[in-house]
Design a protein. Structure first.
Length: 383
């Protein structure tokens, strides 16, 4: 990354009346979805009718200054958040590949895509000060997708060759993706309000974005496979209809070949289901034992019955806390840092967090969350 010329916008000094006059309906939709509220639940908190919220969001009517104050309080944003004039890009549900689409309710997908919109806004703001790595993903260019015309395994080999990764283990998957211009974030937004959002990605933006979630981060090997799976979507499925089970299977095939190339892994896989041998390979290649068992069957090394018995035995051992997960926070190279490091560099150009938050018209705590910065300040409350 390199520092580039940029200038801060200064603290916003816009009155509530001016915000009401320059109201942007898209910002209300985004803020409401981030908070996981329906129009009805928001209306209830504001003591207005759901139809009023509908009119505000459609742009057929505007909230008055008093409503702006209440909206800011309920949706946990500065009043200036609702004003027009800032860069905005819409990400629809059809623009994102959700790993667990069928069991993810619409409201949770809306919250997730609104989160991606804000990640893009943060990235856009930082790129005025810091030059991020160029997007270098085969089949992608400035939000446009071009079919490689390859099957998943061949596409994975093509990416490995293009990125000069050789045929051995990839030490740091997340860092490798960031190095080639992909924005990754380990989303703390998921939590209890989006329990079924596993991971997702979109290639419809100038920079592709992959969102990883804490649930997968409990095991670094699942986390790495998920990142590779989402890379598969970016490379293979830019123009495809999302949510197809076939596409998810193809992304898995891409990830398996990307992390464990057939040419390299086949001679190393045991001819019988030896869990100790697979455990050693798991550590060397940075993939789960489950993934290697799948690979054994996929490459025709073991029979279906041996495959099933291996999973049964592995599940029994996991129940007695053997072969336990290895959290991603013990592996710095698998934690996204691109945006956080870009912000550190931007601070050199006089872009402290309050000024960045002001430019984005967000609260500093929200910007820290988007940057992946843990807020370690003590939480205080009135008594």
């Amino acid at each position: 990354m390199k520092i580039v010329q940029g200038s801060t916008s200064g603290y916003r000094r816009i009155s509530t009346q001016d915000v009401a006059a320059a109201f942007d309906p898209r910002r209300l939709i985004q803020a409401r979805r981030i908070e996981g509220l329906t129009k009805t639940s928001l209306a209830r908190q504001l003591d207005v009718t759901p139809m009023s919220v509908t009119h505000w969001e459609s742009g057929s009517n505007q909230p008055n200054a008093d409503h702006i104050v209440e909206l800011a309080q309920v949706l946990n944003v500065p009043e200036a958040f609702f004003a027009i004039g800032r860069p905005y890009i819409h990400v629809s549900q059809s623009d994102a590949h959700f790993r667990s689409l069928r069991r993810t309710p619409v409201a949770q997908r809306q919250k997730a895509t609104a989160y991606v919109e804000q990640v893009w806004e943060l990235t856009y703001a930082l790129e005025k000060y810091v030059r991020l790595p160029e997007v270098d993903v085969p089949g992608l260019s400035n939000g446009e997708s071009t079919s490689l015309g390859l099957d998943p395994a061949d596409a994975a080999r093509h990416v490995r060759n293009h990125w000069k990764l050789g045929l051995g283990p990839i030490p740091r998957v997340v860092r490798t993706l960031e190095k080639h211009g992909i924005i990754l974030t380990l989303a703390e937004f998921a939590g209890e309000s989006t329990p079924t959002v596993d991971a997702f990605s979109t290639s419809r933006l100038p920079r592709p974005i992959i969102v990883l979630t804490p649930e997968r981060a409990k095991d670094v090997y699942r986390h790495r496979f998920t990142a590779a799976h989402e890379l598969g979507h970016l490379v293979l499925h830019g123009e495809s209809a999302h949510g197809d089970v076939k596409l998810e299977k193809e992304a898995d095939e891409f990830a398996a070949e990307f992390l464990t190339p057939e040419e390299s892994i086949t001679p190393l896989l045991p001819s019988r289901m030896d869990l100790r041998a697979l455990d050693q390979l798991s550590k060397e290649w940075g993939v789960s034992i489950e993934s290697l068992i799948y690979r054994c069957r996929e490459l025709g090394i073991v029979s279906d019955s041996a495959y099933r018995r291996a999973f049964q035995r592995l599940n029994q051992l996991r129940k007695v806390e053997l072969f336990v997960g290895n959290p991603v926070n013990r592996h710095p190279g698998e934690m996204p840092i691109l945006l956080r490091e870009a912000f550190k560099m931007a601070e050199i150009k006089d872009l402290p967090l309050p000024v960045l938050a002001d430019e984005l018209a967000m609260r500093p705590a929200r910007v820290r969350q988007l940057l992946g910065i843990t807020d370690r300040r003590p939480k205080l409350a009135f008594v």
